[in-house]
Design a binder for this molecule. Sequence first.
Ligand SMILES: *Cc1c(COP(=O)(O)O)cnc(C)c1O
Length: 468
Amino acid sequence: MNYLSTRGLAPRAGFDDILLEGLAPDGGLYLPEHYPRIEAAALRRMQGMSYADIAFEVLHPLLAPMPAGELRDLLRATYTAQAFGSPDIIRLQRLDADIGLLGVSQGPTLAFKDMAMQLLGGLFERALAAAGAELNILGATSGDTGSAAEYAMRGRRGIRVFMLSPFGRMSPFQTAQMYSLLEPNIHNIAVQDVFDTCQDMVKAVSADLEFKRRWKIGTINSINWARVAAQVVYYFAGYVRSVREVGEPLDVCVPSGNFGNILAAHVAREMGLPLRRLVLATNENNVLDEFLRTGVYRPRAPEQTHQTSSPSMDISKASNFERFVFDMLGRDAARTRDLFERQLSGQGSFDLSADPAFARMREGMVSGSSDHATRVRIIRETFEASGIVIDPHTADGVAVGRRELEPGVPMLVVETALAAKFEATIREAIGTDPQRPESARGIELLPQRFVVMKPEVDALKAYIAEHC
Ligand SMILES: *Cc1c(COP(=O)(O)O)cnc(C)c1O
């Protein structure tokens, strides 16, 4: 499979070339040259398969020319009952006659990011070993992404992780989840400042190209194509395991921030999965909902981004959105370039409301947003009706999914995290703490390993140089 850039000015590349890359050299994002097609007969065969084997069917054409045997072994070693709590890997639950949950948060950090990150760990290790290379992953986190990356990379050969987090500003649970990792290749750096400062420090180090090259610094952010590809798999698994017969329509509702998760649903549908409508749910940061309603995409400034009780969706601009727009415009790279390079940087927004492609797109994708009061009410109502405790992000999905239900078509809401990660909001909603999975009980009592650092770029560089 060859990959092309959404801006059309980068050379085609293979999967191995883009695995460790972020942006394409022309500033665009990589997508496969075409979407491989999975036919109904193949979907029916998936109904009896393990998650790892479904993953093989979906990923083999996207990751070609990776040898089939090697890929199958890697997938079987990644999607294990030990890492994901059960041999099913995903968990399907029914809230009522119309709405189900697609549980993809059964991995080590209790959020869906594990589904892709765990595979990335194996893919990175393999690629680095083949090239005789090393990689130092530098990132900043306010919670979910950083811990998923650390759990995926712990103990891997050729990889170190330097993860910045705002000292004393994460929940005790999130802090414990990250800082209790004792592997020598994981470096937790607690910066005495806020998350934005952590992110600025990462940007400053990455902007020093000489330092970056010398110390082999890389990132794993949400635009990494392999992450999106790995997420495509659970839409296939969720579909074939929840319908009686392949071909039945199903709507999915996806709590969204950077548009990575719902982009994976779009790719699954392009590959032939009979998803009918994709329903995008946002919180108070409703950039994407606004686009789907009006055709105007208007990213916000970081200071206009609200801090909400579904914090992993608190984004000002959706980093994967360009991939979707490129597809929506019939893969017109010149127009994509004009929108994202000229119009966004010039006037801070673009408007597709008059484009016929926008009207067509809306037949297959709708949206809505939620807020704190709705989220808390939905958590309470869901608990009272079904006994199931959902997390705040999933609650945004259930809120919007319910509004968009249509007769005769079931809705599967993606459960993007477990409630155990967000105790304060759950207590507010139902008056008690959510249950924790066995693996997370007493995590705050484990020994922790981290260094405290002043918000100084030179201190960070010195630390990296000393620990490579
Ligand atoms: C990352 C995250 C999201 C947003 O996913 P995107 O792929 O960025 O749209 C939603 N919910 C939770 C719990 C997350 O961790």
